[in-house]
Design a protein around this ligand. Sequence first.
Ligand SMILES: N[C@@H](CCC(=O)N[C@@H](CS)C(=O)NCC(=O)O)C(=O)O
Length: 217
Amino acid sequence: MKLILGDKAYSTWSLRPWLILKRCGAEFEEVMIALNRPDTADQIARHAPAGKVPALEVEGVTVWDSLAIALWAEEHYPHARLWPVDPPARWVARSVVCEMHSAFGTLRNDLGMGPGHPMVGDPGEAHVPSDALSADIRRMVGMWKDAKGRFGEAGPYLFGDWSIADAFFTPVAARFRHFRIDLAAYGDDGTATEYCRTLLSQPDFLEWSEAGLKEIG
Ligand SMILES: N[C@@H](CCC(=O)N[C@@H](CS)C(=O)NCC(=O)O)C(=O)O
């Protein structure tokens, strides 16, 4: 099984399935494709039909898109309990993951990761958010507070135990750190700040970060 990834310093979408496969205890080979290079598109096209990473090559099939890989992992590693066990928590966990996947376009564009803006290492310069970005940050903070308050009391993650939702929000926490976004200015009562701290100190993310820091020297 091969996971086709972008650079660990920059590829936020690749981080999601990587965290999930780690959590499942899956054995997989990593095929790293450097982003932002003249031959990036050609390199990705050799593996992924949609021309984007991540993709998973498994049992003669390519599964592409971070959400599709997450759902594949859920099917193959039921013991890993990638969604909350409690049904209402699970329904909301799927909702926040789908919202992350289909919305927050301004957040992804304005707090984009790439050369000069790695998701690993020390924070960069502070970013002054536009009104549209402020709205995205407020929504994220509100969504986290609601989920954590209703379903996340039993553990440090959004729904208590680690879940696919945490894989999807780890790159967001890294973006907030890099761009020095003070979540208190967007309605955070401490919940979102603490949640970001939890995600960014999780051992698998630290392993990813170490590799990302080596990439950028
Ligand atoms: N919907 C996709 C988005 C993937 C995506 O945008 N990947 C970026 C890297 S993080 C990419 O492949 N960029 C390469 C390019 O556009 O040339 C997913 O979640 O897997």
